[in-house]
Design a protein around this ligand. Sequence first.
Ligand SMILES: [Zn+2]
Length: 416
Amino acid sequence: MTNRITITTALVDDLRRRLAESPGSVVEVPAGLRKDTQGLEFLAPLGARRPGGRRGPPAVLRFALLPHALEGISHHWWEGFPNPLGARPRADLALYEERGCSGAVLVDGEVRPIDEVVLAGPRMERWRPGTTPADLVGTVPEDGPFSRYIGALGGCGAHERLRALSAAGIGMARLNSLQAVALVRAGVRRLALIDPDVLESHSLDAVEALAAGSVGRPKVGAVADMLRRVAPDVALEELAVPADHILAAAACARADLVFSAPDQNQARLLAALVARAHHRVHLDVGTGVFGAGDEFVAGADIRLIVPGDGCLLCVGGLDLRRPRERDWRRQRAGSLRSLNGVATSLAMFLLERFLIGDLQHSVWMQVTLDRRGELASRRMPRQPDPDCVVCAHAGAGDAVLTSGVATDRSASRSFS
Ligand SMILES: [Zn+2]
């Protein structure tokens, strides 16, 4: 059983500031929980719709600053203190002066080690409690796999963080199969592929699948075969189920990165909700081609949602109640692999800048190309909405899967 803590970078920055203001203090934060056969994950902070209601939050996290001399202490240190009895799990994190922490999970009087602390946010740092994080940034291997890529990323650090990501893809058609190939080429090695459809002959020109024998197979299986050719050591989960299936939601809940490019905005909304409830990075891409002649325009929306900074609904403008807002995904007449390549490559570029730490906030980028290839790009100005219905479930963890929100179609009627 593993114990994992996922907290947003913004929360850690805020706690560090508050703890520094009153030396020796302890700050307690309510937390959500995600449980599966692998173990237990604490999630913080929580949004407005706190799971547990009057019964109190599913879990608590306690933070303190650790004196420099004590850095490196293990979870056994917590055995010297009285530990709470009761059903509500608690995790204590003692933050080091610069980076890293020590800590323990306390469940019903028992002290357990913490396997990993994920700082969901710019850079996607991962700490192993009790050890000082190796600062790998700056080293570039002279040769060998990924050496050119690592050089362009500015050192091993960002690439290590990228390789550590697990990803779940909602929709595995023309656009997202390209995204999956891009992620695997970059070094991501754990992916869940989610799509209920089978591959038809009209898709063979653009879905990233091997042509021979693929027609009539589930898309996830055909794309998985292609990814295994690209990287034989990749670990793939093939889920030929719709996005609102419990297995699909659980796969997204487990992953560090949710990447979505589904046909339906209902699936997009689900991806947004599960990502927000578990502080996961959300990368969404949509493309479309409109008109002919002088009226021709090709466009793409690329959205990277940073954990703790809004969601696809409030920052990414998924709200489709505005009929005049052009939505590239509504056009189904045709599809350009060239345009999909532009969109997924830009999405990958944004993900890289996020892992390096240059991209600190959620971004919605809209790109258009006219018939002569003139390219225009703009950042869509959106702010996180304090009353956002999706953000209200931030950090809720398992509670969002059992609340019915994730599968309640009426909840999103106004968005489609
Ligand atoms: Zn939101």
